[in-house]
Design a binder for this molecule. Structure first.
Ligand code: 5AD
Ligand code: SF4
Length: 597
């Protein structure tokens, strides 16, 4: 069976971006090719997100369009991957018979065989229809699926069977030419916290921690391929913990280990995360893991992690962050609400006072603007959670003021099927109030972001250069003879010379206040030739270690392509609120002023 031409679109979080990268590598190695244009694909895959209804609606409407297309292209194979597949199960096939393949986030290692079967079944159905001279396309889908259901929560599962998903992570295809200097590395899968609004523990399953050797090896392989910035991923990274005495070996391979359950007694979370094992057993904690990656892979110039949980973030982690110069002084630590009453209804397991105690402690350890290393913090808030009063909302505003975030992701509460909140608490805050609170909190955060940005003006910061700014792309498109695709992948010609640039970055256009954290994914196949006059200075963008976006012009005769994927010194001259503007100083390759000093 010949492999197909695949269009893969990713929705949602960084974890999904990484999953899509792994799936792409896996399918490429089996002979599939990828296209950035869905119209030319014979396999269309959506890697979906279920955290809010809005993200799912986008996928439903895409599937509706594909249903029309399939009437004239019966051979088209359509797959839904990720959380929506896991959450909807069979109901998705029923509602959208256009779907041939469904694969949950915990089963992605099985995607190649599902796709192969679907392609075979589809072509057999098409051939059958042709032989009977049917006017219409075959009505049935190929119906291949792999979902975890509730099996991942059975205590015996991991002990009994090899974790094949780990093999998918281990098989990651890392090519020296196919990255932009930065990469995600998963350390933990799933979540055990069961915040009452959240669907993740049901779609991504129980928390498991990858063996530290696997993580360190992956970082080494990335560094060998030229990656200099690594972001460690997990739902609650600071709860990473691997007990070596309890390690299970299957077929010579150390298996990921189940996380501890964050128990909850009389409204108080018990804290199973301690720095070392009881009775002296060998444990790798998150602090140990950070230190290992930092020390064993010095070629990684920036080491970041998301997302942190505000409880059990020990001084051991803060100490490692302070002592190891290549660990970024950046925290993404969602608060969700500034009201203790709502935090309790959300089952978050901390109070506002405890959250602030953590922020103050983290700043005491890490906030050193005088040496050019401030600690920047990003937060998440949900507005309009059931029963939220004006008073509760005012408490969230007070927390935003006090926390002084660099940026906040602000979400309107979206009731999710299967969660505790949808069953227990009616969604009683009207949509217009949710919207008003969302906008108000965003406006407040924007003022604070501008104040935080102002602290950088006049200082020189280190910037990891990510690409050509989106503004620059728009200018280039306006001047280009042919229309450019709506994708980030781009190649510019400057003064007749072609520049291969995989990505362009700018503040995200969504209204949730991400501060541009959404990076568009690489699409290296794209090879548009957009003309930029030689005399024009090309605007580039990148990020500080604290994840603040910085724009600067590439000075002649410097070539933009020489800067991308490297750390450069930029003097900050202006502050645009969610981003900074600066001037590139004498170009440096890879090193930075304080790193490795
Ligand atoms: N409604 C709105 N926002 C949600 N989030 C998670 N679940 C929901 C929901 N049901 C937000 C939280 C979380 C972020 C990833 O998404 O703020 O931190
Ligand atoms: Fe969802 Fe809470 Fe887990 Fe975050 S910690 S993924 S909000 S359940």
């Amino acid at each position: 069976m010949p492999a197909g031409r695949v269009y893969l679109e990713t929705f949602g979080c960084q974890m999904n971006e990484l999953d899509s990268e792994l799936v792409t590598g896996q399918l490429r190695s089996l002979g599939y090719s990828f296209t950035p244009d869905p119209a030319t694909a014979d396999v269309v895959l959506y890697n979906t997100c279920s955290v809010r209804e809005h993200a799912e609606q986008k996928v439903w409407s895409r599937l509706g369009e594909l249903a029309l297309r399939k009437q004239t292209e019966p051979g088209l194979v359509v797959g839904v991957l990720g959380c929506m597949a896991e959450r909807e199960g069979d109901a998705l096939f029923k509602r959208m018979p256009v779907v041939d393949v469904m694969c949950g986030p915990g089963e992605l290692d099985r995607l190649p065989s599902l796709l192969d079967n679907a392609l075979r079944t589809r072509s057999a159905l098409v051939a059958e229809a042709a032989s009977y001279q049917y006017a219409d396309a075959p009505g049935t889908s190929a119906r291949e699926f792999a979902l975890q259901g509730s099996t991942s929560r059975r205590s015996s599962t991991l002990a009994a069977a090899a974790d094949n998903l780990e093999l998918l992570d281990l098989s990651r295809a890392i090519s020296p030419t196919d990255h932009s200097g930065t990469a995600y590395v998963r350390i933990t899968r799933g979540c055990n916290k069961f915040c009452t609004y959240c669907v993740v523990p049901f779609t991504r399953g129980a928390e498991v921690h990858r063996p530290p050797d696997h993580i360190v090896d992956e970082c080494k392989r990335l560094a060998d391929a030229g990656v200099i910035e690594v972001t460690l991923l997990g739902q609650t990274v600071n709860h990473y913990r691997f007990e070596h005495g309890a390690a299970v070996l299957i077929d010579g391979l150390v298996q990921p280990q189940k996380g501890r359950v964050y128990t909850h007694k009389d409204g108080v979370h018990e804290d199973p995360y301690r720095s070392s094992g009881a009775g002296g057993e060998r444990v790798t904690t998150f602090a140990d893991l950070l230190a290992r990656i930092h020390d064993e892979v010095p070629a990684i110039k920036r080491l970041r992690f998301v997302t942190s949980y505000p409880r059990s973030f020990g001084d051991d982690i803060l100490t490692v962050m302070r002592e190891k110069p290549r660990i970024c002084r950046y925290l993404h630590v969602p608060a969700q609400s500034g009201s203790d009453r709502l935090l309790k209804l959300m089952n978050r397991g901390y109070t506002v006072a405890e959250y602030l105690e953590f922020l103050d402690r983290a700043r005491a350890f890490l906030h050193q603007p005088e040496i050019g290393r401030p600690l920047t913090v990003a937060g998440d808030f949900i507005v309009g959670f059931p029963t939220e009063t004006d008073e509760d909302f005012e408490a969230s505003k007070a927390l935003v003021r006090r926390a002084r975030y660099k940026n906040c992701f602000i979400f309107k509460y979206s009731p999710r099927p299967g969660t505790v909140a949808i069953d227990k608490f009616p969604d009683d805050v009207p949509e217009n109030i949710k919207r008003r609170r969302n906008n108000e909190l965003l406006a407040l955060q924007n003022d604070i972001s501008a104040e935080v940005g102002q602290e950088f003006v006049g200082h020189t910061v280190e910037v990891f250069v990510e690409g050509i700014s989106r503004r620059e792309q728009k200018v280039a498109r306006r001047q280009a003879p042919a229309p450019a695709p709506a994708s980030a992948g781009i190649a510019l010609t400057v003064g007749g010379k072609s520049l291969s640039v995989d990505r362009a970055v700018d503040a995200c256009g969504d209204d949730h206040g991400c501060g541009g954290t959404h990076i568009e994914s690489d699409t290296p196949e794209l090879d548009d030739r957009l003309a930029v006059p030689e005399e024009r200075r090309i605007q580039m963008s990148g990020r500080t270690e604290g994840d603040v976006i910085v724009f600067f012009d590439c000075p002649a005769p410097q070539k933009p392509a020489e800067l991308i994927g490297r750390v450069q010194n930029v003097r900050i001259d202006g502050n645009g609120g969610l981003s900074l503007k600066g001037t590139l100083l004498a170009s440096k390759r890879h090193e930075s002023s304080f790193i490795d000093r």
